[in-house]
Design a protein around this ligand. Sequence first.
Ligand code: AMP
Ligand code: MG
Length: 331
Amino acid sequence: MLNRPIGLLIALGLVLLLVWSRLGGGSTEVARTALIMGTLVEIKAVGGDEKDLEGAINDAFSAMRQVERQFSSHLPESEISRLNQTDAALEVSPPVFKLLQQGEEIRKASAGAFSMALGGVKKLWAIEEESPHIPTTEELAVILPPLNQPAVRFEGERVRRSSARVKLDLGGIAKGFAVDRALEILRGAGIVSASVNAGGDIGLIGGHGERAWRIGIQHPRRQGELLATIDIRDRAIVTSGDYERYFERDGVRYHHIFDPANGRPATACQSVSVLAPEAALADALATAVFVLGPKKGLQLLERFSNVGGVIVDSKGNIEATKEIKDHLLWR
Ligand code: AMP
Ligand code: MG
């Protein structure tokens, strides 16, 4: 009989071999994690030389950190913070310009449900801080930016906040954008199979070896359980949920996705997952649909090509677009 440590080594070898053979063709897989934008980001890359994969993953993390430096409203030197500190129009870098434009498009398409102007509201609630605060209607009334107005105006190559009440916060779209940047770097390094997961904002290159990537969608009310899984390649899937960042007081859940109409946590949904060609689009749409609720939310998703979604409404009813139904495996 084998002694135990050797038996264990052989068993481990078998497991590794199984993983290896599932990927097929002599593929290696490298997985690394890093803390970026306050989120644990995991990047997996498959195929080729381990050192090359590792180098590409490190470059992808650097690109995501760069996005954080440009977009964070916590960092006083970021371009977004600089815009928040002045009423003047400022020249911004091309990625900041582009993402602000995309955010404005989603704002318009969602009739104002997606808003990059809620930095003041977010600060007042302090949902993610140690002592969150439930604001009064009066407190909200004096800081709420006007609904259905752009957050920023574009003046040539410059950008300006549209009013003093606007405190820019790109928390609803920047993480997805960072995922897209990471994918761009990985593709540029010749990687044909990879996943980038920034706390539920997921972007994929190719499949996982021969198969599609299998992605789990978290059940919004049963911690650690999946609502469904989805098999996809070359896509992004992003979830917005009221279970991600919240506090409870007197049995009421106060979470981090606000309805721009009243500055309070949106009440129509428990979670929204959006499938799209790019993570920034999926990210913004997931937040917008969460605010709009299932009926208007589905209508919004159906206006975009190659976009689908799963919506769990406030009562736990599940709705899905035609596009995504074929890909889902219910749990
Ligand atoms: P997500 O987790 O992508 O749904 O984004 C939530 C984050 O986006 C929040 O933590 C805020 O920073 C910001 N946010 C909150 N409400 C909205 C909204 N209605 N539209 C756009 N961004 C929002
Ligand atoms: Mg979002």
